[in-house]
Design a protein around this ligand. Structure first.
Ligand SMILES: [Zn+2]
Ligand SMILES: [Zn+2]
Length: 332
């Protein structure tokens, strides 16, 4: 096999960002496995006639026309960018509003998993990564925990990194896939795709940044990251959390906007404008009476605190006397 040209353009992704606890733990394990590392000291993918692992994602790279970085092969899309890691680990679902600059900031803050080449190797056998070992499924070696951590970092830490970088945490934008699948909002600071579909359609329905946090905290980041969306019945807990801030097991029948509307329907004037405002208020207050006060909007906390101290039986008669009636309104 002829030796192919080393990759010439673009910076190779060789650096590490800040030292996270996980990375420090990795260092300790790497030292412990030092003996095993020596086995591969001379390993080199150049001239190997089998597919070998990509230094970034671990996936197979065929010898014909392969790019090389040092002794490793790399996919063309895996040669340089921090965004490659974010997209590779999370898929496009979480990353529509993550730019290359965002990914670099997250890398510098130590929030990205290391590329394949820097990781410790098979934890069961202690065999380290080698440019000549058998390739694996791309990114399959990233643990569910690391995936969940990264999804949370995009959600919770990226806005602050942008602020420190002198940028607006997020400027509101329209989503080309339509308004929010849950609340119907048209403008939001970030957009996410979690597999939701418009009524009667296979077209993706996006989730706005305002709904995304409480929704994902209620339905579980890892469930979505690994599996995908399984229908509105399974999402009800997240829909209620997006509207109220409270995550409950009871399946309150609050409908999401996309559940009964198509991409072409005009969205409501206000978020959640597709449900009866009195019923939404009744649901919110009834859930705010228990659960963390921090999840109650700041301007309603005094009132809810007073209700909690007061005659709950009387409040209960008002809030729970009738069944919920969230019959969706017709599309406008
Ligand atoms: Zn790759
Ligand atoms: Zn929304």
């Amino acid at each position: 096999m002829a030796r192919t040209t080393d990759v010439g353009q673009g910076p190779a992704y060789t650096g590490r960002g800040g030292r996270t606890k996980r990375e420090q733990d990795n260092d300790v394990r790497e030292r412990a496995a030092g003996q095993a590392w020596n086995v591969y000291a001379g390993a080199d993918a150049h001239g190997n006639d089998r597919p070998t692992p990509c230094r970034m994602c671990g996936g197979p790279v065929a010898p014909a026309g392969a790019l090389y970085v040092d002794r490793w092969r790399a996919h063309p899309e895996c040669t340089a960018q921090a965004l490659t890691i974010v997209r590779g680990v999370l898929g496009s679902r979480h990353t529509r509003s993550v730019s290359e600059r965002d990914a670099e900031l997250m890398h510098a803050a130590g929030l990205l998993p290391d590329p394949y080449v820097f990781t410790i190797g098979d934890p069961a056998t202690g065999v380290p990564r080698s440019p000549e070992a058998a390739p694996v499924d791309p990114w399959s070696w990233v643990t569910p925990r690391e995936r969940a951590d990264l999804a949370r970092a995009v959600l919770d830490k990226l806005p602050e990194l942008r602020r420190a970088d002198g940028r607006a945490p997020n400027a509101p934008t329209w989503c080309t896939d339509g308004p929010c699948a849950l609340c119907g909002r048209r403008l939001s600071t970030s957009w996410h795709t979690e597999g939701h579909r418009w009524a009667g359609s296979k077209d993706p329905a996006p989730v706005c940044g305002e709904c995304y946090g409480p929704y994902m905290r209620a339905v579980g980041v890892t469930a979505h990251t690994g599996g995908g969306w399984t229908g509105w019945t399974d999402s009800r807990r997240g829909v209620v959390a997006a509207a109220t801030g409270m995550s409950r097991d009871e399946p309150y029948p609050l409908p999401a906007w996309a559940e009964h509307h198509t991409r072409a329907d005009a969205p409501p004037a206000e978020p959640w404008g597709h449900v009866d405002p009195d019923e939404l208020e009744r649901l919110r207050v009834s859930l705010w009476l228990s659960g963390p006060l921090a999840n109650v909007p700041a301007h309603r906390r005094d009132e809810i605190r007073a209700l909690r101290r007061g005659d709950l039986a009387d409040v209960g008669r008002r809030l729970y006397a009738q069944p919920w009636n969230f019959t969706p309104r017709a599309a406008s």
